[in-house]
Design a protein around this ligand. Sequence first.
Ligand code: PLP
Ligand code: COI
Length: 360
Amino acid sequence: MSITVLPLPDDKLKPLPDPDAALPFGQIFTDRMYTHEWTEANGWGDAKIEPYGPLSLDPSTSVFHYAQEFFEGTKAYRRPDGNINLFRTIENCKRFNQSARRAVMPEVDIEHHFEAIRKLVELENRWVPNGAGQSLYIRPTMIATAPRLGLKPGGSYLHFVILSPSGAYFVDGFNPVSVYISDEFVRAVPGGTGSVKMGGNYAAAIYVAQQVYDKGYHQVLYLDGIERKYIEEVGAMNIAFVMNGKHIVTPKLSGSILPGITRKSVLEMAPDLGYTVSEERIDINDIVKGLETGDVTEAFGMGTAAVIAPVDKFGWKGKDLVVGAGGVGPVATNLYTTLTDIQYGRIADPYGWTHTIEVA
Ligand code: PLP
Ligand code: COI
Protein backbone atom coordinates (compact mmCIF):
# COMPACT_ATOMS: atom_id res chain seq x y z
CA MET A 1 0.00 0.00 0.00
CA SER A 2 1.37 3.39 -0.91
CA ILE A 3 1.74 6.32 1.46
CA THR A 4 0.98 9.81 0.13
CA VAL A 5 3.19 12.55 1.55
CA LEU A 6 1.28 15.84 1.65
CA PRO A 7 3.29 19.00 1.04
CA LEU A 8 4.68 21.01 3.94
CA PRO A 9 6.43 24.25 2.94
CA ASP A 10 9.80 24.94 4.58
CA ASP A 11 8.53 28.17 6.14
CA LYS A 12 5.95 26.13 8.11
CA LEU A 13 8.58 23.94 9.80
CA LYS A 14 8.88 24.34 13.56
CA PRO A 15 12.19 25.20 15.26
CA LEU A 16 13.99 22.26 16.86
CA PRO A 17 14.24 22.18 20.66
CA ASP A 18 17.22 24.03 22.16
CA PRO A 19 19.99 21.37 22.33
CA ASP A 20 21.32 22.95 25.54
CA ALA A 21 17.99 22.80 27.39
CA ALA A 22 16.66 19.67 29.13
CA LEU A 23 14.39 17.71 26.78
CA PRO A 24 11.14 16.62 28.48
CA PHE A 25 9.45 13.27 27.73
CA GLY A 26 6.56 13.40 25.26
CA GLN A 27 5.80 17.11 25.22
CA ILE A 28 7.25 18.31 21.93
CA PHE A 29 5.98 16.97 18.60
CA THR A 30 7.48 17.03 15.13
CA ASP A 31 6.18 18.65 11.90
CA ARG A 32 4.40 15.66 10.40
CA MET A 33 2.20 12.75 11.41
CA TYR A 34 0.99 9.57 9.73
CA THR A 35 -2.77 9.02 9.39
CA HIS A 36 -4.83 6.18 7.96
CA GLU A 37 -8.60 5.90 8.21
CA TRP A 38 -10.67 2.73 8.25
CA THR A 39 -14.40 2.62 7.62
CA GLU A 40 -16.83 -0.25 7.83
CA ALA A 41 -17.97 0.45 4.27
CA ASN A 42 -14.56 0.69 2.59
CA GLY A 43 -11.93 -0.78 4.93
CA TRP A 44 -8.59 1.03 4.92
CA GLY A 45 -8.49 4.24 2.85
CA ASP A 46 -5.46 6.24 1.69
CA ALA A 47 -2.45 6.28 3.97
CA LYS A 48 -0.99 9.75 4.42
CA ILE A 49 1.89 11.60 5.98
CA GLU A 50 0.54 15.09 6.61
CA PRO A 51 1.39 18.19 8.64
CA TYR A 52 1.10 17.54 12.39
CA GLY A 53 -2.02 19.10 13.83
CA PRO A 54 -5.20 18.71 15.88
CA LEU A 55 -7.84 16.16 14.97
CA SER A 56 -11.38 17.40 14.56
CA LEU A 57 -13.80 14.93 16.15
CA ASP A 58 -17.44 15.13 17.10
CA PRO A 59 -18.01 15.25 20.89
CA SER A 60 -20.02 12.02 20.58
CA THR A 61 -17.03 10.11 19.19
CA SER A 62 -16.66 6.64 20.77
CA VAL A 63 -13.07 7.08 21.92
CA PHE A 64 -14.08 9.96 24.22
CA HIS A 65 -16.75 7.93 25.98
CA TYR A 66 -15.57 4.34 26.10
CA ALA A 67 -11.78 4.72 25.77
CA GLN A 68 -11.90 2.55 22.66
CA GLU A 69 -8.27 3.01 21.77
CA PHE A 70 -4.85 1.40 22.05
CA PHE A 71 -1.30 2.53 21.41
CA GLU A 72 2.34 1.53 21.11
CA GLY A 73 5.65 3.04 22.14
CA THR A 74 8.92 2.56 20.25
CA LYS A 75 11.97 4.76 19.70
CA ALA A 76 14.42 6.01 17.07
CA TYR A 77 18.00 6.60 18.21
CA ARG A 78 20.74 8.79 16.70
CA ARG A 79 23.81 6.69 15.91
CA PRO A 80 27.38 8.03 16.24
CA ASP A 81 27.62 8.04 12.40
CA GLY A 82 24.54 10.30 12.16
CA ASN A 83 22.21 7.59 10.87
CA ILE A 84 19.17 6.45 12.84
CA ASN A 85 18.30 3.14 14.50
CA LEU A 86 14.82 1.79 15.08
CA PHE A 87 14.86 -0.78 17.89
CA ARG A 88 12.66 -3.88 17.49
CA THR A 89 9.90 -1.74 16.02
CA ILE A 90 8.52 -4.71 14.11
CA GLU A 91 7.67 -6.24 17.52
CA ASN A 92 5.61 -3.14 18.32
CA CYS A 93 3.78 -3.56 15.01
CA LYS A 94 2.95 -7.14 15.98
CA ARG A 95 1.79 -6.15 19.48
CA PHE A 96 -0.30 -3.36 17.92
CA ASN A 97 -2.32 -6.07 16.18
CA GLN A 98 -2.69 -8.07 19.40
CA SER A 99 -4.23 -4.96 20.93
CA ALA A 100 -6.40 -4.49 17.83
CA ARG A 101 -7.79 -8.01 18.14
CA ARG A 102 -8.61 -7.57 21.83
CA ALA A 103 -10.21 -4.19 21.12
CA VAL A 104 -12.19 -5.54 18.11
CA MET A 105 -10.54 -2.91 15.95
CA PRO A 106 -8.94 -3.47 12.52
CA GLU A 107 -5.46 -4.95 12.30
CA VAL A 108 -2.77 -3.15 10.33
CA ASP A 109 -0.58 -5.03 7.86
CA ILE A 110 2.68 -5.43 9.82
CA GLU A 111 5.00 -4.60 6.91
CA HIS A 112 2.89 -1.58 5.99
CA HIS A 113 2.88 -0.34 9.58
CA PHE A 114 6.65 -0.70 9.84
CA GLU A 115 7.12 1.12 6.54
CA ALA A 116 4.81 3.95 7.69
CA ILE A 117 6.94 4.42 10.82
CA ARG A 118 10.22 4.10 8.90
CA LYS A 119 9.17 6.62 6.28
CA LEU A 120 7.83 9.10 8.84
CA VAL A 121 11.06 8.92 10.87
CA GLU A 122 13.12 9.28 7.70
CA LEU A 123 11.20 12.42 6.69
CA GLU A 124 11.40 13.81 10.23
CA ASN A 125 15.02 12.75 10.79
CA ARG A 126 16.19 16.23 11.81
CA TRP A 127 14.08 15.76 14.97
CA VAL A 128 16.03 12.73 16.25
CA PRO A 129 18.05 14.29 19.08
CA ASN A 130 21.61 13.31 19.90
CA GLY A 131 21.97 14.25 23.58
CA ALA A 132 22.72 11.62 26.22
CA GLY A 133 19.64 9.49 26.94
CA GLN A 134 17.60 11.30 24.28
CA SER A 135 15.66 9.71 21.43
CA LEU A 136 12.68 10.21 19.17
CA TYR A 137 9.73 8.55 20.91
CA ILE A 138 7.28 7.06 18.40
CA ARG A 139 3.62 6.72 19.37
CA PRO A 140 1.43 4.63 17.01
CA THR A 141 -2.20 4.83 18.11
CA MET A 142 -5.64 3.70 16.99
CA ILE A 143 -8.87 5.36 18.06
CA ALA A 144 -12.56 4.64 17.45
CA THR A 145 -13.91 7.62 15.53
CA ALA A 146 -17.59 6.69 15.07
CA PRO A 147 -19.76 9.61 16.25
CA ARG A 148 -22.26 7.61 18.31
CA LEU A 149 -22.98 6.68 21.91
CA GLY A 150 -24.02 3.09 21.25
CA LEU A 151 -21.42 0.69 22.62
CA LYS A 152 -20.51 -1.59 19.76
CA PRO A 153 -17.57 -2.22 17.48
CA GLY A 154 -17.34 -1.06 13.88
CA GLY A 155 -18.10 2.31 12.36
CA SER A 156 -14.75 3.97 11.75
CA TYR A 157 -11.25 4.05 13.15
CA LEU A 158 -8.16 6.22 12.79
CA HIS A 159 -4.64 4.85 12.96
CA PHE A 160 -2.08 7.58 13.47
CA VAL A 161 1.59 7.85 14.37
CA ILE A 162 3.13 10.87 16.07
CA LEU A 163 6.75 11.53 17.02
CA SER A 164 8.19 13.25 20.05
CA PRO A 165 11.87 14.11 20.60
CA SER A 166 12.27 13.11 24.22
CA GLY A 167 14.66 12.91 27.12
CA ALA A 168 14.55 10.34 29.92
CA TYR A 169 11.10 9.24 31.13
CA PHE A 170 12.19 9.68 34.73
CA VAL A 171 13.58 13.21 35.02
CA ASP A 172 16.67 12.01 36.89
CA GLY A 173 17.68 9.72 33.99
CA PHE A 174 19.51 6.50 34.92
CA ASN A 175 19.05 6.95 38.66
CA PRO A 176 17.10 4.92 41.19
CA VAL A 177 13.32 5.14 41.42
CA SER A 178 11.19 4.26 44.44
CA VAL A 179 8.24 1.92 44.04
CA TYR A 180 5.23 1.35 46.28
CA ILE A 181 3.77 -2.16 46.22
CA SER A 182 -0.01 -1.90 46.32
CA ASP A 183 -1.88 -4.54 48.29
CA GLU A 184 -5.09 -2.61 47.72
CA PHE A 185 -5.39 -1.78 44.02
CA VAL A 186 -4.83 -4.00 41.00
CA ARG A 187 -3.97 -3.02 37.45
CA ALA A 188 -5.42 -5.96 35.57
CA VAL A 189 -7.25 -9.22 36.07
CA PRO A 190 -7.23 -12.55 34.20
CA GLY A 191 -9.53 -12.16 31.22
CA GLY A 192 -9.12 -8.37 31.26
CA THR A 193 -6.95 -6.18 29.03
CA GLY A 194 -3.66 -6.05 30.96
CA SER A 195 -1.71 -7.95 28.30
CA VAL A 196 -2.45 -5.38 25.60
CA LYS A 197 -1.83 -1.64 25.41
CA MET A 198 -5.36 -0.30 25.70
CA GLY A 199 -5.57 3.25 27.00
CA GLY A 200 -8.16 2.25 29.59
CA ASN A 201 -5.49 0.29 31.51
CA TYR A 202 -3.56 3.48 32.04
CA ALA A 203 -6.60 5.65 32.79
CA ALA A 204 -7.56 3.30 35.64
CA ALA A 205 -4.04 3.42 37.06
CA ILE A 206 -3.77 7.22 37.35
CA TYR A 207 -5.64 7.21 40.67
CA VAL A 208 -3.24 4.68 42.18
CA ALA A 209 -0.20 6.47 40.74
CA GLN A 210 -1.36 9.72 42.32
CA GLN A 211 -1.79 8.04 45.71
CA VAL A 212 1.71 6.58 45.78
CA TYR A 213 3.15 9.80 44.40
CA ASP A 214 1.58 11.63 47.33
CA LYS A 215 3.28 9.10 49.64
CA GLY A 216 6.62 10.06 48.04
CA TYR A 217 7.14 7.16 45.59
CA HIS A 218 7.69 7.32 41.82
CA GLN A 219 5.78 4.23 40.68
CA VAL A 220 3.37 1.47 41.72
CA LEU A 221 4.12 -2.24 41.67
CA TYR A 222 0.95 -4.24 41.14
CA LEU A 223 0.18 -7.72 42.43
CA ASP A 224 -2.11 -10.23 40.74
CA GLY A 225 -5.80 -9.41 40.62
CA ILE A 226 -7.05 -12.58 42.37
CA GLU A 227 -4.87 -13.32 45.38
CA ARG A 228 -2.92 -10.04 45.52
CA LYS A 229 0.12 -12.14 46.21
CA TYR A 230 2.01 -12.67 42.96
CA ILE A 231 4.06 -9.85 41.46
CA GLU A 232 2.83 -8.53 38.11
CA GLU A 233 4.40 -5.29 36.89
CA VAL A 234 4.84 -1.57 37.38
CA GLY A 235 2.42 0.95 35.81
CA ALA A 236 4.62 1.72 32.81
CA MET A 237 7.25 -1.04 32.87
CA ASN A 238 7.93 -4.69 33.66
CA ILE A 239 9.90 -5.62 36.78
CA ALA A 240 12.87 -7.91 37.47
CA PHE A 241 14.81 -8.87 40.57
CA VAL A 242 18.47 -9.87 40.85
CA MET A 243 19.23 -12.75 43.21
CA ASN A 244 22.69 -12.75 44.78
CA GLY A 245 24.15 -10.64 42.01
CA LYS A 246 23.84 -13.25 39.29
CA HIS A 247 20.34 -14.55 38.65
CA ILE A 248 17.64 -12.38 37.09
CA VAL A 249 14.04 -13.36 37.78
CA THR A 250 10.96 -11.69 36.31
CA PRO A 251 7.27 -12.57 36.62
CA LYS A 252 6.20 -15.00 33.93
CA LEU A 253 3.56 -13.67 31.57
CA SER A 254 0.35 -14.31 33.44
CA GLY A 255 -2.12 -13.12 30.82
CA SER A 256 -2.59 -9.86 32.68
CA ILE A 257 1.01 -8.57 32.30
CA LEU A 258 2.11 -6.61 29.24
CA PRO A 259 4.63 -8.71 27.27
CA GLY A 260 7.28 -6.00 27.16
CA ILE A 261 9.82 -5.83 24.35
CA THR A 262 12.47 -4.50 26.74
CA ARG A 263 11.73 -7.41 29.11
CA LYS A 264 12.12 -9.85 26.24
CA SER A 265 15.39 -8.17 25.20
CA VAL A 266 16.78 -8.40 28.75
CA LEU A 267 15.85 -12.10 28.95
CA GLU A 268 17.57 -12.70 25.61
CA MET A 269 20.78 -10.76 26.24
CA ALA A 270 21.38 -11.38 29.97
CA PRO A 271 22.81 -14.92 29.48
CA ASP A 272 25.40 -13.44 27.09
CA LEU A 273 26.45 -11.08 29.89
CA GLY A 274 26.96 -14.00 32.28
CA TYR A 275 23.64 -13.97 34.16
CA THR A 276 21.09 -16.74 34.47
CA VAL A 277 17.43 -15.84 33.91
CA SER A 278 14.04 -17.27 34.77
CA GLU A 279 10.39 -16.34 34.37
CA GLU A 280 8.42 -17.39 37.42
CA ARG A 281 5.32 -16.83 39.47
CA ILE A 282 6.91 -14.62 42.14
CA ASP A 283 5.31 -14.47 45.59
CA ILE A 284 5.64 -11.00 47.10
CA ASN A 285 6.41 -12.58 50.50
CA ASP A 286 9.50 -14.28 49.04
CA ILE A 287 10.73 -10.96 47.64
CA VAL A 288 10.12 -9.16 50.95
CA LYS A 289 12.10 -11.93 52.71
CA GLY A 290 14.85 -11.71 50.09
CA LEU A 291 15.08 -7.94 50.52
CA GLU A 292 15.40 -8.41 54.28
CA THR A 293 18.06 -11.15 54.08
CA GLY A 294 19.92 -9.37 51.29
CA ASP A 295 19.42 -12.23 48.77
CA VAL A 296 17.61 -9.79 46.48
CA THR A 297 20.55 -7.61 45.55
CA GLU A 298 18.89 -5.45 42.88
CA ALA A 299 15.54 -4.71 41.28
CA PHE A 300 14.84 -2.82 38.09
CA GLY A 301 12.02 -1.83 35.77
CA MET A 302 12.17 -2.45 32.01
CA GLY A 303 10.32 -0.50 29.35
CA THR A 304 10.72 1.51 26.16
CA ALA A 305 10.17 4.87 27.81
CA ALA A 306 11.88 3.93 31.09
CA VAL A 307 14.69 1.79 29.51
CA ILE A 308 16.25 0.07 32.59
CA ALA A 309 15.11 1.82 35.78
CA PRO A 310 16.90 0.67 38.94
CA VAL A 311 14.70 0.49 42.04
CA ASP A 312 16.40 1.50 45.29
CA LYS A 313 13.43 1.24 47.63
CA PHE A 314 10.09 -0.55 47.86
CA GLY A 315 7.25 0.64 50.07
CA TRP A 316 5.24 -2.31 51.42
CA LYS A 317 2.44 -2.13 53.98
CA GLY A 318 3.61 1.31 55.14
CA LYS A 319 7.27 0.32 55.58
CA ASP A 320 10.31 0.95 53.40
CA LEU A 321 12.50 -1.90 52.18
CA VAL A 322 15.86 -0.83 50.79
CA VAL A 323 17.12 -2.85 47.82
CA GLY A 324 20.68 -4.14 48.20
CA ALA A 325 23.09 -1.29 48.87
CA GLY A 326 20.40 1.23 47.92
CA GLY A 327 21.93 2.84 44.82
CA VAL A 328 22.31 1.71 41.24
CA GLY A 329 23.56 -1.88 41.14
CA PRO A 330 26.08 -3.49 38.77
CA VAL A 331 23.58 -5.76 36.97
CA ALA A 332 21.18 -2.92 36.11
CA THR A 333 24.16 -0.80 35.02
CA ASN A 334 25.54 -3.57 32.83
CA LEU A 335 22.14 -4.20 31.19
CA TYR A 336 21.48 -0.49 30.72
CA THR A 337 24.88 0.09 29.13
CA THR A 338 24.69 -2.90 26.79
CA LEU A 339 21.07 -2.31 25.78
CA THR A 340 21.55 1.40 25.08
CA ASP A 341 24.87 0.73 23.28
CA ILE A 342 22.95 -1.57 20.91
CA GLN A 343 20.01 0.84 20.57
CA TYR A 344 22.24 3.81 19.72
CA GLY A 345 24.52 1.73 17.50
CA ARG A 346 27.60 2.32 19.68
CA ILE A 347 28.38 -1.40 19.53
CA ALA A 348 27.55 -4.07 16.97
CA ASP A 349 24.06 -5.53 17.32
CA PRO A 350 24.55 -9.30 17.53
CA TYR A 351 20.81 -9.95 17.76
CA GLY A 352 19.49 -8.23 14.63
CA TRP A 353 17.27 -5.98 16.74
CA THR A 354 18.09 -2.69 15.06
CA HIS A 355 17.00 -1.34 11.69
CA THR A 356 19.19 1.49 10.41
CA ILE A 357 17.70 4.39 8.43
CA GLU A 358 20.44 6.01 6.35
CA VAL A 359 20.17 9.79 6.56
CA ALA A 360 23.75 10.95 7.15
N1 PLP B 1 4.25 -2.66 31.10
C1 PLP B 1 3.47 -1.61 30.84
C2 PLP B 1 2.19 -1.50 31.55
C3 PLP B 1 3.87 -0.66 29.88
O1 PLP B 1 3.10 0.40 29.61
C4 PLP B 1 5.11 -0.83 29.22
C5 PLP B 1 5.54 0.14 28.22
O2 PLP B 1 5.28 0.00 27.07
C6 PLP B 1 5.88 -1.95 29.53
C7 PLP B 1 5.44 -2.84 30.47
C8 PLP B 1 7.16 -2.21 28.82
O3 PLP B 1 6.96 -2.64 27.51
P1 PLP B 1 8.01 -2.33 26.38
O4 PLP B 1 9.32 -2.81 26.88
O5 PLP B 1 7.53 -3.11 25.21
O6 PLP B 1 8.00 -0.87 26.16
C1 COI C 1 6.37 3.04 26.83
O1 COI C 1 7.29 2.68 27.56
O2 COI C 1 6.54 3.21 25.63
C2 COI C 1 5.02 3.23 27.34
O3 COI C 1 4.13 3.11 26.56
C3 COI C 1 4.75 3.63 28.71
C4 COI C 1 4.00 4.93 28.73
C5 COI C 1 3.15 5.02 29.93
C6 COI C 1 4.93 6.10 28.61
